[in-house]
Design a protein around this ligand. Structure first.
Ligand code: SF4
Length: 236
């Protein structure tokens, strides 16, 4: 019997973030996450996970039938599920390019990946005083889990291409980003991306500082093109 996965949603759109921005892609969002970012833009795959159980065979058939050449395995946290490795292998055998979007806290043996899209979580992500976490248990767990340099370095070493996307709220995030990068190997400055926090199109004046910091360091500015085109809408 084919392996199965808890799936929040699948859809075809253009990739909205990172090096492959604009590339038509089949997205597969698993439901479930080991973190709880306070600004999570997919709470239906983390804080309040919604899911349908789908078999790997069904998912591969859907991806191939979509006719696009790129698959994006995202979440939630795809590294939590052993079946994602099975899915990645089957998609690769079917000829698709695989991007895996992960917070980089877990390593998944057997994963096939062409572009490792890592988004290490900064302190601005911790759900301190978040009403969804009245006991504070998730804030504590999130803080303990959000950075695992062993996992990040292993994931970077395991793939030929990578990007490191940092969600930034203010200039105060920069010292932490520098500190995180000091613990990571195997990337070029252009692999580092700063993405302003938020699920709306930012006012250009409010993000000028992000562009300045990228230019001065040789990092890349990372817009969310899907938000510009479609707004904060599921399935895009
Ligand atoms: S790691 Fe991603 S899916 Fe999980 S809570 Fe953070 S933003 Fe949401």
């Amino acid at each position: 019997m084919s392996a199965s996965l808890p799936i929040s949603e699948t859809f075809v759109s253009i990739q909205g973030e990172g090096k492959l921005t604009g590339v038509p892609s089949w997205f597969c969002r698993v439901s479930g996450c080991n973190l709880r970012c306070t600004w999570c833009d997919t709470p239906y795959a983390s804080w309040a996970p919604e899911k349908t159980t789908r078999t790997v065979d069904e998912l591969v058939d859907e991806a191939v039938a979509s006719g696009v050449g790129h698959a994006v395995l995202t979440g939630g946290e795809p590294m939590m599920f052993a079946e994602v490795a099975v899915l990645s292998s089957a998609l690769s055998k079917a000829g698709l390019h695989i991007t895996v979007e992960t917070a980089g806290t877990l390593v998944l043996p057997g994963l096939v990946c062409n572009l490792m899209s890592l988004s290490p979580k900064l302190a601005n992500s911790t759900p301190t005083d978040d009403p969804r976490d009245a006991s504070g248990a998730w804030a504590k767990r999130h803080e303990e889990r959000r950075l695992d340099y062993g996992a990040i370095n292993e994931l970077i070493a395991s793939t030929r291409d990578r990007q490191l996307k940092f969600v930034v709220s203010s200039r105060e995030d920069l010292p932490e980003i520098e500190s995180v990068l000091a613990n990571i190997c195997g990337y070029a400055p252009s692999d580092v991306m700063l993405m302003p926090e938020g699920v709306t199109v930012p006012d250009p004046a409010s993000i000028a500082w992000v562009v300045e910091e990228c230019v001065s360091r040789g990092w890349s500015y990372c817009p969310r093109v899907h938000v510009q085109l479609f707004g904060d809408t599921r399935g895009t």
